[in-house]
Design a protein around this ligand. Structure first.
Ligand SMILES: *Cc1c(COP(=O)(O)O)cnc(C)c1O
Length: 366
């Protein structure tokens, strides 16, 4: 059996007629950039996240970069970031010339909130970037209160957490801005690249609208230096289609996660399932605690099961951050997780027989 980590080919085969008709629609009206599909998607994102504004851009990376800029992060400002995340949670900070301050993780994978609070109370921090890793929305209400008390900006990197819910909270409720990604690997992926910023601030919205198109204001005057980071109409329409499918697809991923969890041996720690949290399982990352992670990865690969590692290195160990010379002994949890984590395939197009095969194979080796 061959089970790739993602099956966008299978997703396309299942929804080919709808996707082709969306393309035909956009090509026929011809407004391929900033068409009505973009406005529609922005309205939909605001509705989902109960936010005043949503501004689409060309990637999740640009979304975070623009959010930082529009909220006033300047060169040399200190910005707290996770040590366990995708590179793009931290690289926009470097792009500004601001200074990333890495924090350790917890065994629930996300950044250690107690550690963040300790740092913002004692150091001069401008902003915190908090990542809802793998699709689990963390309750940030207390952190947001602490940030406001200490005059610190809070940005949620929600690239992996579109549609995730925690009790009464949804992405964007407890921050100054939240960012989304529509990378093809994400929950609602474009056939290309895309991202968005969600915010209640009129100023942030206006600034990002300028940044995404050459610094141009509503009077078509080029008031500041901007970029070209528009979302194309066709991607907006395809993302809108996938958002319509989101609840059904998320439920399928939740079903797969439950099956994995109920069969997993004591050599492995499965992600915790929490009652009032809708984890969207962008990733299903297990911890190989009593077995060698890379060995099991290879054995699964020999059987045709493709797994991945998110993430193999703490961010501060990546060459672009090496010059900060962080004290690596301060990150015991992240260090351990980077040696243990293994992501299993999890997508709505995965067949029951394939899930069974993954479960059987895992139990054979553990
Ligand atoms: C994917 C991702 C990004 C970047 O999004 P792109 O659309 O790929 O630029 C940022 N942060 C996290 C946590 C991500 O997973």
């Amino acid at each position: 059996m061959k089970i790739p980590f993602m099956r966008l080919d299978r997703q396309y085969a299942l929804h080919k007629d709808e996707i082709l008709s969306i393309c035909d629609n956009v090509f026929s009206h011809g407004r391929v950039l900033q068409g009505k599909e973009v406005d529609r998607l922005e309205n939909k994102l605001s509705e989902i996240h109960r936010s005043k504004h949503s501004i689409t851009v060309n990637s999740g990376t640009d979304a975070l970069y623009f959010a930082l800029l529009s909220l006033g992060v300047l060169p040399s400002d200190k910005v707290i970031v996770p040590s366990l995340s995708f590179i793009a949670s931290a690289s926009p900070i470097e792009r500004i010339g601001a200074v990333p301050v890495f924090v350790d993780s917890t065994f629930e994978y996300h950044s250690d909130i107690d550690q963040i609070i300790k740092i913002i109370r004692t150091e001069d921090i401008k902003c915190v970037v908090f990542v809802h890793l793998y699709g689990e929305l963390v309750d940030l209400s207390y952190l947001y209160e602490e940030c406001k008390k200490n005059d610190v900006i809070l940005i949620e990197d929600g690239a992996q957490a579109l549609g995730a819910v925690n009790g009464d909270y949804i992405l964007g409720d407890n921050s100054d801005a939240a960012t989304l990604s529509f990378d093809p690997m994400k929950i609602a992926g474009a056939y290309g690249s895309g991202g968005a910023v969600i915010t209640n601030s009129d100023l942030v919205k206006q600034e990002i609208i300028r940044l995404r198109y050459h610094g141009r204001d509503e009077n078509r005057i080029y008031v500041n230096l901007g970029y070209n980071s528009q979302m194309s109409s066709i991607q907006a329409a395809i993302i809108e289609f996938k958002i319509k499918k989101m609840t059904e697809w998320t439920n399928k991923r939740i079903g797969i996660a439950r099956k994995y969890k109920s069969h997993i041996s004591s050599d492995i720690i499965a992600p915790k399932e929490n009652n009032n949290i809708t984890h969207v399982y962008h990733k299903y990352a297990i911890r190989c605690t009593n077995i060698n992670r890379d060995e099991i990865k290879n054995k699964l690969s020999d059987l045709g099961i493709q797994t991945m590692i998110h993430y193999r290195k703490p961010l501060y160990s990546e060459p672009i951050f090496e010059s900060y010379n962080v004290d690596k002994s301060q990150f015991p949890v992240t260090k351990k997780l980077t040696n243990e984590l293994l992501s299993l395939p999890i997508y709505p197009e995965l067949l029951d027989s394939e899930v069974d095969f993954i479960v059987e194979s895992l139990s054979r080796f553990t």
